[in-house]
Design a protein around this ligand. Structure first.
Ligand code: AHR
Length: 340
């Protein structure tokens, strides 16, 4: 039943290097702008014209993803960017096909949120040879060749996992009885699944009574979370905590817990990541106990970066998004004004 995903040491080294080189949080106004030379042969064809961006989206697996897509489409409209958009339905082969088609169409910039971390080098080399700059959004890739993309805009998923773990350590502070945790992992091989697992494990190792007794992928979907939680409720003699890698899986788990005659948020403590409106509603209703925010509103920053990249300006290798956390009281206060 249990599955584990080893952390990627290669990628971690790369990201650490990139982080040391240049990290900017949110405000792109702070980005350095360099020489003004055209991006490696890519700019002249479309210079001065409407920027054409090919965006290969992961899918529509979660409320987060829907908000992310909306943000990108709206920001493209506002920035006057001609957006070619594709939905990979959570399949890497579909994303690779979409990227190849953008290369053939000679778009100005390709942006994508990789379904999984590995297996991108060949197609990104094709983009590089065609002089089309690539921007990673939301999720990173695991490749030793950082020249395959210009920048990576998105959250630090390890930090998100740590925040979830730190809250739990605090929640059980002073208690030494065993705490049985079940983990609903995101898509196998995806950066947020790998990193949120790693960050949580790191933060909770200070409290050896907090034990992950089962861990399985629910693929970031509500139905996946429900199905896996139903199986956990049958197979595990005791479940104290659910750690879900996103709100949708937590919401599916809540359905399973209620169907089993237990009270989510009371009989079983629930922690998740995202803070989408449905998750925040469940948090303020007491069915979830804590949510770590992951910001999907990346559209405006992405369009700004794309324009800079096409103009040949230097951009930071890593652009981090700013995020917070919510407990039940703070969720209730901001629920009505939540944008997504
Ligand atoms: O990559 C971001 C993650 O992908 C979000 O946390 C999750 O909801 C989505 O499917």
């Amino acid at each position: 039943m249990s599955t584990t995903t080893p952390p990627s040491t290669t990628r971690r080294r790369i990201l650490a290097r990139a982080a040391t080189a240049a990290v900017v949080a949110v405000g792109l106004a702070a980005c350095g702008s360099g020489g003004g030379a055209p991006a490696a042969g890519g700019a002249p064809a479309g210079a001065g014209d409407k920027l054409v961006m090919g965006f290969a989206q992961v899918g529509a697996e979660s409320g987060w993803r829907t908000a992310n897509t909306k943000s990108i489409q709206e920001a493209a409209g506002q920035a006057g960017v001609d957006l070619k958009f594709s939905d990979a339905q959570q399949k890497q082969e579909n994303q690779i096909k979409a990227i190849r088609s953008y290369i053939q169409q000679k778009v100005d910039v390709i942006a994508f949120s990789p379904v999984v971390e590995t297996g991108w080098d060949a197609v990104l080399l094709e983009a590089k040879r065609a002089n089309i700059p690539v921007i990673l959004t939301d999720r990173a890739i695991d490749s030793p060749d950082t020249s395959l993309y210009k920048t990576f805009l998105g959250s630090d998923f390890v930090v998100e996992g740590k925040k979830a773990g730190e809250w739990l350590v605090q929640h059980y502070q002073g208690k030494s009885d065993p705490v049985a945790i079940v983990e609903l992992q995101g898509t196998t091989g995806a950066a947020p699944a790998i990193d949120r697992k790693e960050g949580f494990a790191e933060a909770t190792k200070v409290a050896p009574n907090l034990q992950v007794v089962a861990s399985q992928t629910g693929d970031f979907t509500r139905s996946g979370g429900k199905q896996v939680m139903e199986a956990f409720l049958k197979s595990q003699p005791k479940i104290d905590v659910v750690y879900a890698h996103n709100d949708d899986m937590a919401l599916g788990a809540i359905e399973a817990i209620e169907a089993a005659g237990k009270v989510p948020g009371k009989d079983i403590t629930i922690i998740s990541v995202d803070a989408v409106k449905d998750g925040m509603a469940a948090l303020s209703a007491g069915k979830i106990n804590f949510i770590v925010e992951c910001n999907p509103l990346l559209g405006t920053q992405l369009m700004d970066l794309a324009k800079k990249v096409r103009a040949g300006e230097q951009v930071p290798q890593r652009v981090l998004t700013e995020e917070t956390t919510f407990d039940q009281a703070t969720a209730a206060k901001v629920l009505s004004s939540r944008q997504y």
